[in-house]
Write a protein that binds this ligand. Sequence first.
Ligand code: GLA
Length: 388
Amino acid sequence: MDGRAAEVSRRFEGAFGGEPAAVARAPGRVNLIGEHTDYNGGLVLPLAVDRDTRVALRPRADTRVLGFSRERGASESELAAPPASDWLDYARGVARLLADAGRIPARGFELCVETDLPQGAGLSSSAAFEAAVALALLGAAGVTAQRADRPELARLCQRAEAEFVGVPCGIMDPFTVLCSDAGAALWLDCASLESRPVALPDSLALWIFDSGVERSLRSGAYAERRAECERALGGARAALARPLASLSELAPEELAGLERALDPVALRRARHVVTENRRVRAFAAALTRGDLAAAGAALFASHASLRDDYAVSCAESDALVSESRALAGCLGARMTGAGFGGCTVHAVEAAHATGFAPALAERFRARFGRTPRHWRTAAAAPAELLAP
Ligand code: GLA
């Protein structure tokens, strides 16, 4: 067990007395490219980041669920109670689905959680929490989730968030957190769930900047985008008279023919999805042939599409992206995650990595009067059971 896992165990002992039955950790994720494509059957290319959430947990004989979060304080509920709009909902949602699937007994538990992932910043703190809870609950029941089980577990975490917490998110976040490889980004086709690791060259440094604009997936704008995509899909099916499973099945050259069939908003949303899938392919191909300039250009183009066609950016994220263009060594940048605030990701030539961040922070401060939080990140290990 590493030092931070030992710390969450100690905190568990302080909160509940006695040792936890299982300890697990799960990283956050940053998406390099392929945004708002996962729920449209498209391509994504995220990586697990080197910040994580750690949980220590012990099953109870009854059905009470007691939680203590270093960041959010204490909470308490019943396993079968309806969602309470509280952080413990995520853990109860996962536990209930695991119990429904017959993988663990339907019992309550005590849970202690700590994280160094910023909450609500678009780095998937919720999927990290769900995945760590899932691995710890299975671990406490004597099961270590094998690699082959993990895609199914990712689906279960997604369902817990959609069906229990009420956030209709896609598969990208839990899949990345549970199924990526240490040291590599993850290519994922969200229609088939086929995935493969994508190596990142040492000459590429990644910086994450937090716009400081807090977003909440519950705010409704995310669900609104999903509904707009459904509308676009319905319109495209009718106009093309073929059974499209998702917007990602549209060919780029079919878009022009949809101009009359779709309302302007639906057309822009569809165009983002179709062009974003193309940019994911272009980005991965550019990395493979070592063309970092072309990879970076795909990131800038993705941001423009998210800002203009998908309308999910904000002034602070736009500024972080446009200001970084002028800085030495910056190859590309874009907002990452759902948007409406949250973080941006910046691809920088490693030789310029240290000068880049203070220069960008200063430019942001000059415009918005505060210094944004930022971190250099690298592809980290996926979620794991640390004990037993
Ligand atoms: C959030 C969701 C993901 C994905 C992104 C946008 O992070 O949880 O499923 O839809 O937004 O790409």
